[in-house]
Design a protein around this ligand. Structure first.
Ligand code: GDP
Ligand code: MG
Length: 458
């Protein structure tokens, strides 16, 4: 080949190599693009499937393309995904959004959200009790500055809701309080003690069947159950005559009898303490509501009114039905009678089977029935938040700051007034009637709102 021929050959080789390189690079880039786009499609498709699975409409098409319309925050999505995981474990829950099924718990209940609680069960075999807790999947950080309120009720074995009412009626009553105006003013949790094993199961069933509606209202629902907590307590002293079991029996008909009060209120006191100590976490306020309290005036503002008073321990007026304007006589201020010498001697000898003393009011006592706002001239005394100091509070509806309980102010399980080392107990200040006495040395005071009414069943 001559020189010109060699040059031409070189040019062809260079052009050829150039073409091969271009083809190679083009192919390479196309491959990368395909990989990236296919991995993007897969990941979107997967998350879309996850979101779709947990009930969020992402407009997932058959060909895998997406039209996302997510309106939830990432934490809400994660929370819902957690909820779905629980639902997957429990085969009874559908993974698809489902309409709220009956029983409907109130007329204005939120119908469906497909959200469920995380259920935790704790069984204590040593002390023989069970605690079931239903919690929001993420104890949401949002709204963390809202006041937190724990509503508690001890539920007796026999006819606890009164007047033919059932648990759903109790929940409807509580709902009128937690449906605040404006909405989302507080965060609510609910705690119930129910010592009948069958009723405990029934309550769980109710909560699980109505989870969507309850989820909208409560951060947490705790149920505590222990048959041990129904055991009556009477210490038998050797010098005392034998008490037989019939003497101790308490039911809805004889529960108001004088000689039943020590035993009956001891049971209720220990159940209140057991409930609060098992359910209180970081909630700032506690409200005890008896299971047979059914209505509240200004219900959507009731709790707001109580909190705004700033008082430590506070009770409203309790009606029985519409006409008896002071049912809870454990709320009072002033003086009560003291036992006679003979009764004190019975206490010193611990002859408790003979003890049937019940403190009575003296002339200077104040009760809610003594105050009628209609006959007041001063407008301030007619206000719904007008408060009067009390020495003792009842438990039909009892509101207090949780920090007080956390320092040791509990419901005394014995008569703490008038005791000494020799006596099993004194003669006054048991259950709710002891908490103001325990709170006072710590600087906390008790109050009543005579113009704010709650209604016990007739
Ligand atoms: N665990 C338990 N709770 C009780 C017992 N007796 C009453 N309770 C509950 O304690 C609260 C007050 O009882 P209740 O009988 O309504 O009291 P009263 O209306 O003041 O006579 C209600 O929430 C009852 O369900 C009991 O023996 N055991
Ligand atoms: Mg009652």
């Amino acid at each position: 080949m001559n020189k010109l021929g060699v040059k031409k050959f070189n040019v062809f080789i260079i052009i050829g190599l150039g073409i091969v390189t271009i083809i190679f690079i083009t192919n390479y880039l196309t491959n990368i693009k395909t990989d990236v786009s296919s991995s993007l499609t897969t990941s979107n498709s997967n998350s879309a499937k996850t979101l779709s699975k947990i009930g969020i409409d992402v407009g997932l098409k058959n060909d895998g393309s997406k039209e996302t319309s997510i309106v939830k925050t990432p934490s809400e999505v994660e929370a819902d995904a957690n909820a779905e995981e629980i639902a997957d474990i429990d085969n009874s829950k559908s993974t698809k959004p489902k309409p709220q099924t009956s029983p409907k718990i109130e007329d204005n209940s939120i119908t469906t959200s497909n959200k469920i609680f995380i259920k935790e069960e704790y069984i204590d075999e040593l002390y023989k009790y069970t605690k079931t807790t239903y919690k929001q999947p993420s104890s949401s950080q949002k709204d963390s500055k809202l006041p937190t309120i724990l509503i508690l009720s001890t539920i007796a074995k026999d006819d606890p809701y009164g007047n033919g009412r059932q648990f759903k009626d109790y929940i409807n009553s509580i709902n009128t309080l937690v449906n605040t105006e404006p909405t989302n003013k507080f965060k609510f949790s609910l705690g119930l003690s129910i010592n009948s094993p069958q009723n405990f199961l029934n309550l769980q069933k109710f909560i699980e069947e109505n989870d969507s509606a309850l989820f909208e209202k409560f951060e947490k629902i705790s149920l505590v159950s222990s048959e041990e907590m129904e055991k009556l307590h009477e210490v038998k002293f050797s010098n005392d005559q034998e008490l037989n079991d019939e003497d101790l029996e308490i039911n809805r008909f004889n529960r108001q009898q004088d000689n039943k009060q020590r035993i009956r209120r001891r049971i209720i006191a220990k159940n209140r303490n057991f409930l609060i100590s098992n359910t209180l976490e970081n909630e700032q306020y506690i409200i005890f509501i008896d299971s047979d309290v059914e209505k509240f005036d200004h219900s959507s503002k009731f709790i707001d009114i109580l909190i705004k008073t700033g008082k430590d321990i506070i009770v409203p007026r309790i009606y029985r039905g519409e006409s008896m304007n002071d049912y809870d006589r454990n709320s009072w201020r002033g003086e009560r009678t003291k036992p006679t010498e003979e009764q004190l001697k019975i206490m010193d000898l611990n002859l408790w089977s003979k003890f049937d003393y019940v403190p009575r009011d003296k002339e200077n006592i104040w009760h809610f029935y003594m105050f009628d706002s209609n006959s007041q001239d001063d407008e301030k005394l007619k206000a719904v938040d007008y408060s009067v100091p009390l020495d003792s509070v009842g438990g039909a509806f009892l509101f207090f700051k949780s920090i007080i309980y956390k320092q040791g102010v509990i419901f005394p399980t014995n008569y703490i007034i008038g005791t000494n080392w020799e006596r099993l107990e004194g003669y006054d200040g048991i259950e709710t009637e002891g908490i103001c006495y325990l709170a006072r040395p710590l600087g906390y005071t008790c109050w009543g709102l005579p113009n704010l009414n709650a209604y016990h069943v007739p």
